[in-house]
Write a protein that binds this ligand. Structure first.
Ligand SMILES: Cc1cc2nc3c(=O)[nH]c(=O)nc-3n(C[C@H](O)[C@H](O)[C@H](O)COP(=O)(O)OP(=O)(O)OC[C@H]3O[C@@H](n4cnc5c(N)ncnc54)[C@H](O)[C@@H]3O)c2cc1C
Length: 378
């Protein structure tokens, strides 16, 4: 296939955001997808907890997650299936946390598949919960595990099939605005494109600054995860994910083991995030307090950056009056579950076509994601 050095659109960053929007654009424009690393899922996309929940996050995130569900349930040809498998999510509260549980229950009033449980019903679902630890819980039946690798690879495959050009090992280090477009330098390579889509995750503001576009005040926040063994003879395969109602920790079955996290949110520079021993120890302590598990060994541990704007809504829309620099950033802790809807919506906005009706009908408010509101609030 012919390689162009001049493109209609250059997408910077090939995590789930960049891969998905590039795939949605590639059958209607000449699209370049550039990635600094050799592996496109190396940063946050490859480090998630892989949960799909339509009750998690701010209201625009919930709307985008609902709007993503049809894609997950019926992905196009070329995606491995299934992308989702049943899991369930159990939000647990101690007696001193019941106010938080009541607040969530009010927020979720009328949502399908959500029920309040007492402590013993919660323990029936997760028998290792310590007796007396859980006063009450909210169980979300329809929370699911996402096959993140299948989703990400599916989009990259679709992008190539549609004629897109993917260049790895290409960190964009200079961006210059010229007549009718952008000149984008990545080491010794130079590309030209009329439009840039900024999908650089934790580096979103850095990419904007290179292009002379106002930054939006993104803050990458480190979150730690670790894998531990279950007690001998315990199978957690059918357990839901257990989430402390105030997000003090969570635990999720993962291939016969348990993924645990202290749900930390430590502000960080954009970087290759590494787990901090203290955060791993906090996770272990909270797990041992809530569950009848004695953690003898950490089998694996990692950290990733969840990147937020000040109000925790994503940043999606044009960053300049010329409509040549488009933001797709600030997905925080929800960038996998919302990727299908965000990609379709962003592609429509970039191409100037009408936003997909089925997405807007879920109550997606474009103003709540606009770069201008993020600039104002930073
Ligand atoms: C522990 C943890 C648990 C999570 N759990 C969930 C969950 O259960 N469900 C959910 O939906 N989400 C979850 N998330 C959040 C989710 O992983 C992110 O929202 C999502 O991966 C963000 O994708 P992205 O493509 O924006 O970022 P990234 O995957 O970080 O991709 C950005 C890419 O841009 C590249 N890049 C940056 N600068 C340049 C440059 N100058 N030139 C070229 N390339 C560049 C980077 O190398 C990187 O590959 C979790 C995150 C963490 C850390």
């Amino acid at each position: 296939m012919a390689e162009y050095t001049t493109f209609d659109i250059c997408v910077i960053g090939a995590g789930i955001a960049g891969a998905s929007v590039a795939a949605e654009l590639a059958d209607r424009a000449r699209v370049l997808l550039v990635e600094r690393e050799s592996q496109p899922g190396y940063h946050t996309t490859g480090r998630s907890a892989a949960l799909f929940s339509t009750t998690y996050g701010p209201s625009v995130i919930r709307a985008l997650s609902r709007a993503s569900e049809p894609f997950y349930n019926n992905p196009p040809p070329g995606f491995d299936r299934p992308l989702l498998t049943p899991r369930g999510a159990l939000m647990i509260a101690r007696s001193d946390q019941l106010e938080s549980l009541d607040t969530l229950q009010r927020e979720l009033a009328g949502a399908a598949g959500v029920e309040r449980l007492d402590g013993s019903a919660a323990r029936a679902l997760v028998p290792l919960l310590r007796s007396g630890h859980v006063a009450a819980a909210i169980f979300e039946h329809f929370a699911q595990d996402i096959d993140v690798h299948a989703l990400h690879q599916g989009y990259l495959r679709q992008f190539r099939t549609r004629g897109g050009t993917f260049v790895a090992n290409a960190g964009v280090d200079a961006i210059r605005r010229g007549n009718g477009g952008w000149t984008i330098a990545a080491g010794s390579r130079t590309f030209e494109a009329a439009t840039i889509v900024n999908a650089a995750g934790a580096w979103g503001d850095a990419v904007a600054e290179m292009a002379g576009i106002a930054s939006v005040g993104l803050v990458p926040k480190r979150r730690t995860a670790a894998i531990i063994a279950l007690p001998d003879g315990t199978s957690a395969h059918h357990w839901p994910m257990v989430i402390d109602i105030d997000e003090e920790f969570y635990a999720k079955p993962d291939a016969g083991r348990l993924l645990i996290s202290p749900a930390d949110e430590t502000p960080s520079e954009p970087c290759d995030a590494q787990p901090d021993e203290y955060d791993v120890a906090v996770a272990v302590d909270r797990i041992e307090t809530a569950l009848e598990i004695e953690v003898r060994r950490i089998e694996n541990k990692w950290a990733g950056l969840r990147t937020f704007a000040a109000d925790k809504n994503p940043v999606v829309g044009w960053g300049d009056a010329d409509r040549s620099f488009f933001w797709l950033a600030g997905q925080g802790g929800y960038g996998i579950q919302t990727a299908p809807a965000l990609a379709k919506l962003s592609a429509a906005l970039v191409l100037g076509t009408a936003p997909v009706r089925a997405i807007m009908d879920q109550g997606v408010d474009l103003q709540s994601m606009s770069p201008e509101r993020a600039v104002l609030r930073k």
